[in-house]
Design a protein around this ligand. Structure first.
Ligand code: ATP
Length: 342
């Protein structure tokens, strides 16, 4: 049974479509990351699930129960949903402990609130008031407040963005582990593909209100649905070409099979910087180094493919730092090269 399910949900603001025909099911205990550029409909999706936006079309189920369809909508406080938005608001006149206990209806509210504060590393700040805490600490209080009632569904909109990097990883891991242990279905909005790859069981990539691709991180990386999905994780080298009679598209870095594209179709070939390998076998393509920089565990090397042709950007692991002008041979990992209709 899905913890949270959107079925054919479409939402408009006036003429503008914010979410179109959205279908996502999140199992209890599962984390799904919602990724996508600004304005693609992520927040609207969360607000619809929370009941902060009245559903116009489609259906939303929580724990197997319809909470919104075209006939009606359950009030937000009756949905058993936790919310953590970027602009968390604590009650300024309540202590930290009372802020966290606020949404808990059980009799042991203060005990639960204290346990939640311990989890976010603020167990000793329960008697403080919000203005006595830093912004990052207040954000952790907001996290504690959202997890304390053990909601069936947790909706998070960039909830860790205000935390410094060191703290972010720890609080994020502990929060998600805690939610998983309570069996909450988590929908986590992020702008950070790496966060999505690391934390989500599945990723939903949205663009202009649509889910472009929904799948596991491995599926996303190995079989991106389109050029936008492929580019989401890292900028790629792009080459344009026309599909030939043999179903292949020829570029300045060689020919690629173009499955599903008809001869004559315009194609775009994307080559990830990590696809490029130094090939000392003598069989590789000849290139000339334009510049090379060390980035840490790998290096960024720009190759010239010849006069007038766009350069090819490679990330080489282990790092190579050849001087500009060096002639080298390279080959490509076909698993990191993709052909899409242009
Ligand atoms: P961001 O990453 O910038 O927060 P988002 O993906 O969360 O963006 P939404 O906030 O869901 O995007 O907005 C989706 C679209 O709906 C945008 O075009 C936005 O301008 C529009 N929109 C959102 N809320 C409203 C509103 N209350 N009234 C009118 N238009 C709105």
């Amino acid at each position: 049974m899905a913890g949270l399910a959107f079925s054919n949900v479409t939402h408009r603001f006036g003429q503008r479509i914010a979410v179109e025909n959205l279908n996502i099911e999140i199992e209890a205990g599962e984390v799904v990351c919602l990724l996508g550029p600004s304005g693609c409909g992520k927040t609207t999706t969360l607000r619809l699930a929370a009941g902060l936006e009245i559903l116009q079309q489609g259906r939303i189920d929580i724990g197997g129960r319809v909470v919104a369809d075209e006939r009606g909508s359950l009030a937000p406080e009756k949905r058993h949903v936790g919310l953590i938005f970027q602009d968390y608001a604590l009650f300024p006149h309540l202590s930290i402990l009372d802020n966290v206990a606020f949404g808990i209806t059980r009799r042991d509210a203060l005990v639960e609130a204290q346990a939640a504060l311990d989890k976010v590393g603020l167990g000793d700040r329960g008697r403080s008031f919000p203005h006595m805490l830093s912004g990052g600490e207040q954000q952790r209080v907001a996290l504690a407040r959202a997890i304390a009632p053990r909601p069936a569904v947790m909706l998070m909109d960039e909830p860790f963005s205000g935390l410094d990097v060191r703290l972010r990883d720890r609080v994020r891991d502990e929060t998600l582990a805690l939610l998983a242990s309570t069996g909450a279905a988590v929908l986590l909005v992020t702008h950070d593909p790496e966060e999505a790859m690391r934390r989500a069981r599945r990723i939903a990539l949205m663009r202009a209100g649509w889910v472009v691709q929904l799948g596991t991180p491995v599926e996303f990386y190995n079989r991106p649905a389109d050029a936008g999905a492929a580019r989401f994780f890292a900028e790629a080298n792009a080459f344009a070409g026309i599909v030939g009679e043999g179903g292949r598209v020829e570029t300045s870095v060689g020919g690629f099979a173009a499955p599903g594209l008809a001869p004559g179709a315009r194609a775009e070939v994307l080559i990830r910087p990590h696809a490029i390998r130094i090939d000392d076998s003598g069989a590789g393509q000849s290139v000339r180094v334009l510049r090379a920089r060390l980035l840490g565990a790998d290096s960024l090397v720009e190759f010239s493919l010849g006069e007038g042709l766009p350069p090819l950007v490679a990330r080489l692991t282990p790092p190579h730092l050849p001087p500009a002008g060096t002639e080298m041979r390279i080959s490509l990992d076909p698993g990191q090269c993709f052909v899409f209709a242009a």
